[in-house]
Design a protein around this ligand. Structure first.
Ligand code: 6MZ
Length: 366
């Protein structure tokens, strides 16, 4: 796994609350246990469990959301998640999260997102760029938070972060629309698009369609969790919608593969997540191999690095060994992801340069 640390990487499918460190979750659970809100020993067992069905994963998310309720904790986990990705040489991170409303603690979807932005501002282990270069963040930012360049004469590591707001499949059309309007409002602080996620057995495509259509008309990028369970009607409708990317694509039939390939919609592939949740029975039959062989656009991602105890280096390592990819292929796979980011051309150009200069240092490429 060490060797993939030196390769710059792009992470495009990471859920904030799924990427929290186990140590942080346990610490938060202990505090709530002491307050008598939860029974710590029960929760500890659930957090540390390794294999979970897709159904159990969504029960775990409900628990994580209890642990991470307030604004301060959202700020903390955002900072930690960004720093964790940066520490494994992720140079561009698209972080997605579901804005949450919680009247009992005065949380609105907007204040939830403000807490996320505070977390981005608090990142100090690396230089972070999370605002588009032409942005006017208005009262959102008291000062310019794009830190640049050097620290004590040494070039510091840099990470680009852009945000996607998730619509949870439990939400109504109105709630989904509220999230889209918030995303539009927050474009200046680096919100670039909308994701549709949540338990795939819940909700109907027709509920979310109006909000997603509006988002697209307003120029937001769209990525959809698509085909996590067999649902041919919904998969067809999602592909017809022409999202800029989709996530997972685990339960596609022949017709759906044909359509996906002809439309060339990039797929965010989450190997460990798919295996752990038993959505795909083994790496041997995972669709990565076929898509890779036919040169369909794909991106390796973690999904929920905390929940599935993985990392982006780990995902590259699994792909290398399971599908016999050499170092050059892995480098190329990582670099190709730049073409599918939801950021502007300047960021893409800079990322290409980061990959090119890294290639000169990676002696294994030559
Ligand atoms: C579908 C998923 C997911 O938004 O609270 N989420 N949705 N499939 C998956 N694959 C296993 N993994 C995570 O992060 C957690 C939320 O992301 C979605 C679920 O809605 C989960 O509650 P945020 O930061």
């Amino acid at each position: 796994m060490e060797q993939w640390l030196s390769v710059p990487k792009v992470e495009l499918h990471a859920h904030l609350n799924g990427s929290v460190r186990d140590s942080t979750l346990l610490e938060l659970a202990r505090v709530l246990g002491e307050k008598g809100v939860i029974d710590f020993s029960d929760v500890e067992h659930v957090i540390m469990k390794d294999d979970r069905s897709l159904h159990e994963v969504f029960k775990l998310f409900d628990l994580i959301h209890i642990l991470t309720t307030d604004h301060k904790i959202i700020t903390r986990i955002t900072k930690e998640v960004v720093e964790d990705f940066a520490s494994e040489n992720v140079v561009y991170l698209e972080l997605r999260t579901t804005p949450k409303k919680n009247d009992s603690i005065g949380m609105t979807k907007r204040s939830y997102m403000e807490a996320v932005v505070e977390g981005l501002k608090a990142v100090n282990a690396v230089d972070i760029n999370f605002m588009p270069h032409d942005a006017d963040a208005g009262d959102f930012m008291d000062s310019q938070h794009i830190k640049s360049g050097t620290c004590n004469g040494a070039t510091r590591k840099k990470i680009y972060v852009r945000l996607l707001l998730s619509i949870d499949r439990r939400e109504t059309t109105e709630a989904a629309m509220e999230t889209v309007k918030l995303a539009l409002e927050l474009r200046p602080i680096g919100v670039v698009g909308i994701d549709l996620s949540g338990n795939p057995i819940v909700g109907e495509w027709s509920t979310f369609f109006p909000a997603l259509k509006f988002a697209r008309e307003q120029g937001l990028y769209i990525t959809l969790h698509c085909g996590e369970i067999p649902n041919p009607k919904e998969i067809q409708a999602m592909l017809d919608f022409l999202p800029q990317r989709i996530g997972h694509a685990c339960c596609f039939e022949e017709e759906e593969w044909k359509k996906l390939k002809s439309l060339k919609i990039p797929v965010e592939i989450c190997l460990t997540s798919n295996i752990r949740t038993d959505t795909i029975s083994s790496l041997d039959v995972h669709h990565f191999a076929n898509l890779y062989n036919v040169k369909h656009p794909l991106i390796l991602c973690t999904d929920d690095a905390g929940v599935f105890s993985t990392s982006l280096c780990g995902e590259y390592s699994i792909a290398a060994s399971a599908y016999g990819l050499g170092r050059r292929e892995i480098y190329q796979l990582a670099k190709d992801a730049v073409e599918f980011v939801f950021a502007d051309d300047e960021v893409k150009k800079d990322l290409r340069e980061i990959f090119n200069s890294a290639a000169k240092m990676l002696d294994f490429l030559f």
